[in-house]
Design a protein around this ligand. Structure first.
Ligand SMILES: *Cc1c(COP(=O)(O)O)cnc(C)c1O
Length: 391
């Protein structure tokens, strides 16, 4: 046999292992110092009560002959898909049930969707961005070109008509920068994709953090998007499902005359067995009015954390964006420090751990990501330490 040599081209993910190593070394030599972690991209608040109730009651269903479920539909139960369909109506987006595919999360689908596309397509990826887009295409041996997200374009690059790409990744609100495309900007991408017969893979994992009604929460709010975009969403950041696992992907039938929708169904029914019934019942609870109210409380908690971090950075004239419609704050390292220099600086002086921007792409160098996913107590303490130290 021959191995897939493309794997030799994936860069080892040193980012989080290097962070862990540096933090462990510091902790060993400074056992009396409390370290505050604001680097994690994982939620910390527990599941909402309605979700836990749904998990319990669905577990009971599984122990009773009449309500027991075996293999389910690979693309998800209608009870959940109907809820997701109604959720999209809130944004003025109408979807057919068979355009919605329930999955175990956005990361899997973002990688798996590549089964549908020829290896000879050119892929366009913003820099900096969530590393999964680059790694999955590198594994498949696809050519990747980058588009610069910089301070000059507010980390929201727009299409360059002289660049020809077939598969385009967009992530809005963005991880790591927290930048959000407005409708006119997304329309430029949709027009570019339709003109070039390209497909947009739109990652909306953080749409629920958007509070401004003018900002699009789904790419299908943009006219023409159904003929060029696949949308990926997840309950991970929305409802704390990072360890529970549920997401959904929309493949419109208007895309490529229905061929991609059919291919994705075929792909999922062949290679995926669906999400556990119990988990789909928990996801269903998220979309009930009570569930929406409860998850909103958690989202508000994270947003308040973000506001506290943003305020202290503003006070000390540290350039930053994000935090408003996203759990991430993206700041420019002061005094021209590199991302890793600033990492060491924060760890050594105030024992705050963040994520070096350079880990998300070349343009991330000199920038730094802080998250609002910590506890209020820790966030307040971090803010207080920063305030005292930066004075
Ligand atoms: C967290 C995250 C995801 C992954 O979501 P899962 O459903 O947990 O796989 C997808 N995209 C971005 C940008 C993320 O930050």
């Amino acid at each position: 046999m021959n191995i897939n040599k493309n794997y030799q081209n994936i860069s080892d993910s040193y980012l989080f292992s290097t962070i862990a190593k540096k933090v462990n070394e510091f902790a060993l030599s400074n056992p009396d110092k409390k370290i505050i972690r604001l680097g994690i991209g994982d939620v910390t608040l527990p599941l909402c009560k309605v979700v836990v109730d749904a998990l319990k009651s669905a577990s009971d269903d599984m122990g009773v002959k009449d309500s027991f479920r075996g293999y389910g539909p690979e693309q998800g139960y209608d009870f959940l898909k109907t809820k997701i369909q109604n959720y999209y109506c809130n944004f003025g987006v109408n979807l057919d049930l068979d355009e919605i595919f329930v999955s175990d999360g956005a990361k899997s689908d973002l990688g798996n969707i590549l089964d549908l596309f020829d290896v000879n397509n050119t892929v366009l990826v913003p820099d900096p961005v969530y590393p999964v887009y680059v790694d999955t295409n590198t594994m498949a041996g696809r050519k990747i070109i980058f588009i610069d997200a910089t301070e000059q374009n507010n980390f929201l690059p727009l299409p360059d008509k002289s660049v020809k790409a077939d598969i385009i990744y967009l992530c809005s609100p963005n991880n790591p920068t927290g930048a959000v495309y407005n409708k006119a900007q997304l329309k430029a991408w949709v027009d570019y994709a339709n003109e070039n017969n390209a497909v947009i893979l739109f990652d909306s994992a953080y749409e629920c953090f958007i509070t401004d009604d003018e900002l699009p929460r789904s790419i299908y709010e943009i006219e023409g998007a159904k003929t060029c975009a696949v949308e990926f969403c997840s309950l991970s950041k929305m409802a704390g499902f990072t360890g529970t696992r549920c997401g959904y992907t929309v493949v419109p039938k208007a895309l490529e005359n229905g061929i991609l929708n059919k291919m994705w169904l075929r792909r999922q029914t062949t290679k995926f067995n669906g999400v556990a019934y119990i988990i789909q019942r928990a996801a269903e609870a998220v979309f009930t009015p009570e569930g929406q109210k409860e998850i909103q409380q958690n989202l508000n908690y994270y947003k308040e954390n973000a506001k506290l971090i943003s305020q202290v950075l503003t006070k000390h004239n540290i350039w930053h964006i994000g935090g408003k419609h996203s759990p991430y704050i993206w700041l420019k390292c002061p005094n021209n420090m590199t991302s890793w220099e600033f990492f060491d600086y924060l760890l050594n002086n105030v024992q705050i751990v963040g994520t070096p921007g350079s880990g998300f792409g070349t343009n991330g160098e000199g920038y730094f990501r802080l998250t609002s996913f910590g506890s209020r107590e820790n966030t307040l303490e971090a803010v207080q330490r920063l305030d005292a130290f930066l004075n």
